[in-house]
Design a protein around this ligand. Structure first.
Ligand code: ARG
Length: 579
């Protein structure tokens, strides 16, 4: 069910009758204020401009031509030509009763499913995952869940950084550690950050170590068995570490989704040859460079995009070109979505332009780099530990659960110790995720424990609590398992809640369009708030409520809970029956 789309189609039909050009946008939106009805049709103004007539007059003609008798009981013109539509309570009630009986809650499946490659998380295996990867992981996973629910075929690709010069130094250090008898699990898994620092120190200070490291890079890249084996050991251990984090975070990425940088290695020679042969890439001071006039600076100097270093080494950029070819041609993607922090914006513009020119990206494949802002500490500076180090994600998540435990203990009553811990886990992880997802993706945001764990405002605990509250109301009614009822909408609060419930598909489509899970967060917060208003205004279990009304209100509560659960699930956040 999609009311916006229904009104859009009705308006388009009326436009056709009036001779308004077909491409005119009907501009259907949700009314911002209740006195403007439920939806607004704002397209009359631009239609009038096209036909060079008076907008109010055209609005009147549009109202006359609109066939909304079945769905609306008021269609009014306001201001210069806005059309305010007030939907019929009976019609809404019938739609919602139908949605309630549908396992998809009335959300249709995408009539034109796409193949979408989503590149997210993508930590660098040489180092510990940091907060930037946390954002990519959480946002990417929410978008993936939304795409799949809508009916697209999603191919997750975890573009892990497992290749590059630093691995020479890491495997040289690993070799020595193993020779000295240190247990592998102890070396790398326990403290990747520290391991990297040790290797780097030896690289800088120790005679001969840098040369050995460089030698190992060359050997590794040319397929030397000994170096490959050390590298594989290192990589496997590091992947175990990220796997653990994904499980803790309730993220859907698995081992099968890993398509690391090294996987593109066999393609790089050909890609570079092809770019050279076509004249797109030219030699410049020994390196191979694509000069992009489209991205020229203020003086008109083209933007240089290096695809091969002096001495022949390939780069991050070369790999991303190969990834374009693989995803667009081999995987036949209709759309590629990549989540990284905003600092990589220029890089992906360069990749897309070059790949399009070289035919590595088909015209039919949309390429969306979706940047996100930086996570800031409460001091307004990039999020760091008190001593200025990078915050380890494991520590961060552990702290989230400990803090949630304290909050939950204070708030909840009658939970067993085991349940309390379970709830704390879901609230803590949910809080971190929701705080991240609810912000406008592209802006920086301030990481605040107190704000994200609050039971007021748009937070995971608020929504999780709202869910368990609704469930407890329903439980009290002691309904039969197969209970169902016809929904009736009498009070304004009931109607408002119903309109919101029927806007799930509309919201989902917006989330998917520009990869913006924050819109789903807003939706769920508003939904929970509308439920609370409904619950205050409309008694459900009180004595003397007529049985059909009681059943209808219980049904409204059940659908609200289902919708909250479904929405939070698409954000990767778990709910519980009691908390
Ligand atoms: N590993 C990269 C980083 O940590 C992110 C990779 C994103 N994906 C890509 N195709 N380049 O910054």
């Amino acid at each position: 069910m999609n009311i916006k789309q229904l009104l859009t189609e009705k308006t388009q039909a009326a436009f056709a009758v009036l001779g308004v050009p077909a491409e005119t946008n009907p501009a259907v939106t949700v009314s911002t204020r209740t006195e403007f009805g439920d939806y607004q049709i704002n397209g009359a103004m631009s239609a009038a401009k096209q036909l060079k007539t008076n907008p109010r007059q055209l609005a009147q003609q549009l109202v006359d031509a609109l066939d909304l008798d079945a769905v609306a009981d008021k269609v009014e013109i306001a201001g210069p030509g806005f059309i305010n539509v007030t939907l019929k309570a009976d019609w809404l009630a019938a739609q919602l009763t139908e949605a309630a009986a549908d396992p998809r809650l009335g959300v249709r499946e995408n009539p034109q499913p796409q193949r979408v490659v989503v590149d997210y998380s993508a930590p660098n295996l040489a180092k510990e995952m940091h907060v930037g990867h946390l954002r990519s992981t959480i946002i990417g996973d929410a978008v993936v869940r939304c795409l799949e629910f809508w009916g697209d075929t999603v191919i997750r690709q975890n573009h892990m950084g497992d290749w590059g010069t630093q691995f020479g130094m890491l495997i040289a250090h690993l070799e020595d550690q193993l020779a000295a008898g240190v247990d592998l699990e102890q070396v790398a898994l326990a403290d990747l950050e520290n391991f990297y620092r040790e290797a780097k120190k030896r690289f800088d200070d120790e005679d001969g170590f840098a040369d050995k490291s460089r030698d190992y890079v060359v050997k590794l890249q040319s397929g030397d068995a000994h170096c490959q084996k050390l590298w594989q050991l290192f990589i496997d251990t590091s992947i175990k570490h990220s796997d653990e984090l994904y499980r803790k975070l309730n993220v859907t990425l698995t081992h099968d989704d890993i398509k690391p940088e090294s996987a593109y290695n066999p393609m790089l020679h050909d890609i570079v040859d092809q770019l050279k042969a076509s004249g797109l890439a030219v030699e410049d001071q020994g390196a191979l460079v694509v000069f992009l006039q489209e991205l020229a600076d203020k003086e008109g100097k083209p933007s240089p995009f290096i695809i091969q270093k002096t001495g022949g080494g390939f780069l991050y950029a070369t790999t991303d070109l190969a990834a374009c070819q693989y995803r667009s041609h081999d995987l036949a993607a209709d759309r590629i979505i990549i989540f990284t922090d905003a600092r990589q914006g220029l890089h992906f513009k360069q990749v897309e332009l070059t790949a399009r020119k070289a035919g590595l990206l088909r015209d039919e494949t949309a390429y969306h780099h979706c940047p996100f802002g930086t996570m800031m500490g409460e001091d307004g500076k990039p999020f760091k530990t008190r001593t200025g180090g990078t915050v380890k994600l494991t520590d961060l998540l552990e702290e989230a659960v400990v803090r949630a435990d304290a909050v939950v203990r204070e708030k909840s009553t009658g939970l067993s110790e085991a349940d309390m811990q379970l709830v704390a886990g879901k609230v803590g992880i949910g809080a971190v995720k929701f705080a991240d997802l609810s912000k406008n993706r592209t802006s920086d945001y301030i990481f605040s424990w107190d704000a994200m764990l609050s039971f007021e405002g748009a937070t995971a605990p608020y929504l999780q609590y709202a869910y368990s509250r609704v469930r407890s109301i329903v439980r009290k009614a002691e309904l039969a398992d197969d209970f169902s009822a016809v929904i009736q909408l009498q009070q304004p609060q009931e109607k408002q809640l119903a309109v919101k419930l029927l806007r799930f598909e509309e919201t989902l489509q917006l989330v998917i369009k520009d990869a913006q899970p924050n819109l789903l967060c807003n939706y769920l917060y508003e939904l929970a708030s509308l439920f609370m208003s409904f619950y205050e205004a409309c008694p459900i279990l009180k004595d003397g409520i007529e049985p059909e009304l009681r059943a209808s209100r219980l049904m409204l509560s059940i659908v609200s809970a289902l919708m909250l659960k479904q929405g939070l699930d698409l954000l990767g956040i778990e709910v519980m029956e009691r908390m």
